[in-house]
Ligand binder design. Structure first.
Ligand SMILES: NC(=O)c1ccc[n+]([C@@H]2O[C@H](COP(=O)([O-])OP(=O)(O)OC[C@H]3O[C@@H](n4cnc5c(N)ncnc54)[C@H](O)[C@@H]3O)[C@@H](O)[C@H]2O)c1
Length: 350
């Protein structure tokens, strides 16, 4: 058995402690979580307890961790605004990087992160967790089997009626930059684009709204003045060079009578499929046939466990990144254009 890969965390908050740490721990002696850095002593203490880390392995400045601890892998779980610099520094320190979504807060940042990974010859993966679920795997299987034919339309939908996150990090522009677009829209958009083969995006035409979080409500966990991200809902039509289009719809809060839901739908000239519940529709012999796939084999538990398992396998076996920065860049170019279009009222180039 090879030596365990030595893992350090930058950002030891909710997702680091609740999802990534157990996912690394589930890999047994393939990996060892040896250090963590967080600007919050409290977050660090809770993480250290769960990871059984001694005090000397905990740092309030991640650059000190990178200087002092010999690491193979750095997991970046900071708020969105601080994905970029720790990723660059981790690559400069010779580490592989698993970075939470959204990859960055601009396509330019993402380009630099990709270049830094190439320069260091290290693996770069972005934590697009939704891909590592059974429903996503079933859809990918149908697409790869050619069931859909020529794919020309997708719908990436993540709509909450009242579901603004409680943590201030998510609603502060300084920390998060974006609202539901960066929090949940990016998940369904990534999955839609992955199923469509990441076509080259051309433009996005978007409405980016902040209409409900501007007012005080017992159902919104933040005072309007503390809610500084640009949107609480956004809707966009995205065009691609191959003629395809995607509708992106996301909200943390929206007066939607039918209730909140998330789904991904991808349609081609021969068939179409959806995520929730996984269903394929094709026309055969003049009839519309629906297929569901409850018995599809997929490792359980999925999500972060499977994401981290595939990341570690790719590092160990020198396989390609399961979610490469280049794919995240296409998504980020679209999201940049969505925000720009929301401001200008025009379609904006991606
Ligand atoms: N893939 C998913 O399903 C999923 C789910 C939740 C969150 N996320 C992403 O994970 C990231 C973190 O989210 P979270 O829910 O864990 O937030 P969180 O606020 O619980 O944790 C973030 C931690 O980063 C720390 N931090 C901030 N700046 C830092 C710095 N410069 N150096 C070191 N630590 C710093 C904070 O003190 C905090 O403990 C976000 O980018 C979010 O989009 C992904």
């Amino acid at each position: 058995m090879a030596e365990p890969l030595r893992v350090g965390f930058v950002g030891a908050g909710g997702i680091a402690r609740g999802a990534h740490l157990p996912a690394f721990q589930a890999l047994g002696d393939q990996v060892q979580v040896v250090a963590a850095a967080d600007i919050s002593e409290q977050a660090l203490a809770r993480f250290a307890e769960a990871a059984r880390l001694p005090k000397k392995a905990c740092f309030t400045d991640y650059t000190t961790m990178l200087d002092k601890v010999d690491l193979d892998i750095v997991v970046v779980c900071t708020p969105n605004s601080w994905h970029y610099q720790p990723t660059l520094d981790a690559f400069a320190g010779g580490c592989h990087v698993l970075c939470e979504k959204p990859v960055a807060i601009s396509a330019d940042q993402c380009r630099e992160m990709i270049a830094a990974g190439h320069k260091a010859k290290k693996l770069f993966m972005v934590g697009q967790t939704l891909r590592f679920t059974k429903g996503a795997a079933i859809m990918k299987y149908w697409v790869d089997q050619g069931e859909l034919g020529k794919v020309y339309w997708g719908r990436a939908q993540y709509l909450r009626v009242r579901g603004v996150p409680g943590s201030r990090g998510f609603v502060s522009k300084k920390m998060s930059q974006g609202g539901p677009v960066y929090d949940i829209g990016v998940h369904v958009l990534d999955l839609t684009l992955w199923l469509m083969g990441f076509p080259e995006p051309v433009s996005a035409f978007a409405g980016v709204y902040r209409e409900i979080t501007t007012k005080r409500s017992p159902l919104i966990p933040h005072a309007p003045s503390r809610y500084t991200v640009p949107e609480d809902a956004a809707f966009s039509l995205i065009r691609f060079a191959n003629g395809a289009t995607v509708c992106l719809e996301c909200s943390w809060t929206l007066n939607l009578p039918s209730g909140g839901e998330h789904n991904v739908v991808v349609c081609g000239d021969q068939g179409g499929c959806q995520l929730e519940p996984p269903t394929l529709l094709v026309e055969k012999d003049g009839k519309l046939l629906k297929t569901t796939a409850e018995s599809f084999p997929y490792p359980e538990p999925a999500g972060h466990r499977e994401e981290v398992r595939q990341f570690v396998e790719a590092v160990r076996k020198r396989k390609p990144s399961p979610v490469p920065g280049e794919q995240a860049l296409i998504t980020q170019r679209i999201l940049d254009a969505v925000y720009k279009s929301g401001k200008s009222g025009q379609a904006e180039a991606c």
